[in-house]
Design a protein around this ligand. Structure first.
Ligand SMILES: Nc1ncnc2c1ncn2[C@@H]1O[C@H](COP(=O)(O)OS(=O)(=O)O)[C@@H](OP(=O)(O)O)[C@H]1O
Length: 481
């Protein structure tokens, strides 16, 4: 696998201005990290100023973009109140923005109304029969389950010893927590079986063919690692791949605890988790955390040492993927080209549209760096997760302190699907691809619009590369996939 390209040269030293005070727990973040954060903030301000001066201020409202919608959950009493994150980059020469108004055309975009959480449920674990990998016995794809890579299939597995974990009768805490999962968190896939599989997975029950009635082992723990984003980045592929690891237990559905369900409390959250044995890592993925203003602070209050994983993808492709998902549910929405602009003649991008806003990674990351040092965050390339899943999984396993168990031998490239799929585990279980809602064909987008979006994102991408020390090379890609 090709190594990451060298990070860009460090930014110039900042002028002697006061840096924001560190939050509790930020002591882990050394002076260089704080300096970098400060420089990033400053650079973002300058970038934003430039955009404003060029006439884009009406479109790009960072302070608004990073706010959680009204109706956000209350803080839990036990956690000491962490400091408020510092204000977003100042809009020099511009008055303070008014309270965040919802985009006037949010309904026509297929977005939820303003009182709703801003992002759609990302869970889409529909399954499709996989193409057989070379040498695979015929029929190996039959009986695929509904969650992610079809790990709900029968047939047992190398992990059955610890995966035969349907909810024991009387496991009421879990049952209660699961029944409390709001309907909107059901997978996007349409069948009740899909939903059931997702809920089973969230239950910590056997989503890989464990024998019914076999008792669950271990205890439910709050997660030690989270996949916090980004929506349409490849988070499902990553979660399903890491779940192959015997030392990982993960929730199949997205709990949305730190954005939508926070008021339910930590015990609810714990009960959503599967049972784990000592030494196993408990995980969940909810991609909307990355763009939820309160998420870093809340997660820090729960576990300041938690490991965070962000799967990032070219923000232009990500936006189109996001739009494609919405379009699949609401075919009547305007075209991508229409939604992407505030004023197409003037070339003003509408950064208040969530499909665009989510891709301004540097701004969202800035919020996380108020609470977590960079060393606690792993950035996975969504592009490399497709072309070299084993390589990205090696980094993920290293980051989680796990033995490299998930390797090349767990993947094969499915030509029909056009994506890597999970090969059978060592125990003869069936190969699995992600469902139809993963790896959709995108609508054709006007190349000029793509070009404009690339120009729009470029400074933010550069800043993101500087902040993370990784060059994701999105500027080298041309157009959509
Ligand atoms: N192995 C494999 N199979 C299928 N799809 C894969 C895979 N690896 C990454 N991807 C890319 O994942 C994109 C969906 O991202 P997410 O899983 O994060 O979406 S979601 O936010 O949970 O809805 C999805 O986006 P679209 O291609 O736009 O559908 C894929 O490009």
């Amino acid at each position: 696998m090709a190594p990451w390209p060298a990070p860009p040269p460090p930014p110039p030293p900042p002028p002697p201005l006061a840096a924001p005070p560190p939050p509790p727990g930020a002591s882990a973040k050394g002076p260089p990290a704080r300096k970098l954060l400060f420089m990033c903030t400053l650079s973002l301000s300058v970038t934003y100023l430039c955009y404003s001066l060029l006439g884009g201020s009406g479109s790009l409202q960072f302070p608004l973009a990073l706010q959680e919608p009204p109706g956000a959950a209350a803080e839990p009493p036990p956690s000491p109140p962490p400091p408020s994150p510092p204000p977003p980059p100042a809009r020099l020469g511009a008055p303070s923005p008014p309270p965040a108004p919802p985009p006037p055309d949010s309904a026509s975009r297929g977005e939820p109304p303003p009182e709703q959480p801003p992002e759609e449920p990302a869970e889409e674990p529909a399954e499709e029969p996989p193409e057989q990998p070379a040498g695979e016995p015929a029929g190996a794809g039959a009986g695929a389950g509904a969650d992610g890579w079809g790990l709900a299939s029968g047939g047992g597995g190398a992990r059955d010893a610890w995966l035969r974990t349907p909810p024991a009768a009387g496991d009421t805490a879990t049952a209660t927590a699961q029944s409390a999962l709001p309907e909107r968190e059901a997978p996007e896939s349409s069948t009740a079986a899909d939903e059931l599989a997702g809920r089973r997975a969230a239950n910590g029950s056997s989503d890989r063919g464990g024998a019914p009635g076999t008792p669950d082992y271990g205890e439910r723990k709050l997660p030690q690692a989270l996949i916090v984003g980004v929506k349409k980045g490849g988070t499902r592929a990553l979660l399903e791949a890491i779940r192959v690891h015997p030392d990982v237990r993960a929730v199949g559905v997205e709990p949305h605890f730190f954005d939508r369900n926070y008021e339910k409390g930590l015990e609810w959250y714990r009960n959503v988790m599967p049972k784990t044995l000592d030494g196993q890592v408990t995980m969940e993925k909810t991609p909307s955390y990355f763009v939820t203003n309160e998420a870093p602070q809340r997660i820090h209050a729960m576990a300041k040492d938690i490991k965070l994983i962000v799967v990032v993808r070219n923000p232009v492709t990500r936006a189109i993927s996001d739009y494609t998902q919405t379009l699949s549910k609401k075919p009547e929405i305007p075209t991508f080209e229409v939604l992407a602009f505030k004023n197409r003649t003037l070339g003003l991008i509408d950064a208040s549209w969530s499909a665009i806003r989510i891709g301004i990674y540097a701004l969202h990351l800035e919020n996380w760096l108020q609470y977590f040092p960079l060393s606690q965050i792993l950035f996975v390339s969504g592009e490399r997760l497709i072309v070299d899943p084993a390589g990205e999984m090696a980094k993920v396993q290293d980051f989680l302190g796990l033995k490299r168990v998930v390797t090349e031998k767990h993947f094969y490239f499915n030509k029909t699907k056009g994506f890597p799929c999970l090969k059978k585990p060592e125990d003869s279980s069936a190969p699995r691809c992600l469902g139809k809602s993963k790896g959709r064909t995108h609508p054709r987008i006007d190349p000029d619009v793509i070009h404009r979006l690339q120009k729009f994102y470029k400074p933010f991408n550069m800043m993101f590369y500087q902040m993370t020390g990784q060059d994701f090379q999105w500027e080298r890609e041309e157009g959509d996939k």
